[in-house]
Design a protein around this ligand. Sequence first.
Ligand SMILES: C[S@@+](CC[C@H](N)C(=O)[O-])C[C@H]1O[C@@H](n2cnc3c(N)ncnc32)[C@H](O)[C@@H]1O
Length: 367
Amino acid sequence: MSISLTTSVPLEIRQTPHKGRGVFSKSSILSRTLIEISPILLFSHSEYEEHGKHTILKQYTYRWKDGYALAIGLGSLFNHSRNNNVGYVKDFEANVIRYYTLCDIESGKELCINYGLKKKERSQDEVEEINKWFLEGFQLVEEEGFWSEKPASIDGMLGGFGSISNLDIKTSELFLSEFTRGKRGTRNVLTVPPRITTKYACDCGAGIGRLTKNLLTKVFDRVDLVEQTPKFIQHAQNEYLRQEIGTGKVGEFYCVGLQEFSPDPGKYDLIWCQWVLEHLTDDDLVTFFVRAKKGLRPNSGIIGVKENVNMIGYRFDEEVYSVTRSDQIFKDIFSKAGLKLLKESTQHGFPKGLFSVKIYALEPEAY
Ligand SMILES: C[S@@+](CC[C@H](N)C(=O)[O-])C[C@H]1O[C@@H](n2cnc3c(N)ncnc32)[C@H](O)[C@@H]1O
């Protein structure tokens, strides 16, 4: 097997004020760029337990399939950050670690990975850290009114990327169509009947109702909205959804955070959550899903989730107090909430530099 170790990304090692040496970008780098491939030196478990872990190697080694690995090259020089801008993938076959940028990076920035914690401690400690950080952050965002300051418009809902709205909606409509209209084979014969009825949907974290207007009311007879920012609800009621309200397509407006929302039992064919779950802690997300399950029409209703996903682990945004989770973290949360994955898909066609976006359809494990 031959392994190429070259990447075309100019990086340099610099002395940092507090953390010794670190790795820095020498030019701007796009998100998801492969920036380093480090071959590893493998220590067996016994060699590591008896010798390695009593030396400086302890601070540099990665857990490996059959022991511990020292990354040769820049891999050992990346410093740690909870807001890491670089992630890595261990290749056990080739015995290398590949490092990728997780966001667009300007020239001269330090490149950091997240060392994580010891495997056993990891999830509990990380969850506690997230919860603490969120609780502080929630208050701050509320005090500073982060969302209330955003314009009540499509652009405001999408962080300035209003232009992606049509493609986003088309993709979601297609994703949902097998549940709402069933599947058709040759000569348009229905091979799988529709999974859900299209009577009632709920738009969670609805904002001004972009999805209610352009996706959900096009498919469902009636749609409720859950949104915690009063300004957006007022805009939806007075302007954006005036027509849909007039024709009876819009039901209730719940001005409440999802962490407190409890749907009426058995009410909805679809509970749709898009670009909002990043504002909930893991714990709140699990309990929200548990309550949401009860709000589904018995034996048929589904939950739809469409969210940004991080390549690996958590990524915190300290301006908005939001957290982008990896696909695996979402799946762990679904399973903790007793939800089964029915279908998953990836959004294509969004501009480069944005997070990757995944769509999931879920049903209660015990239907
Ligand atoms: C990025 S916008 C997305 C709006 C809409 N889902 C869309 O795709 O157009 C996020 C929305 O979630 C709302 N939000 C933030 N935290 C929330 C929470 N904990 N519960 C309910 N809504 C929340 C914000 O006020 C904002 O309207």
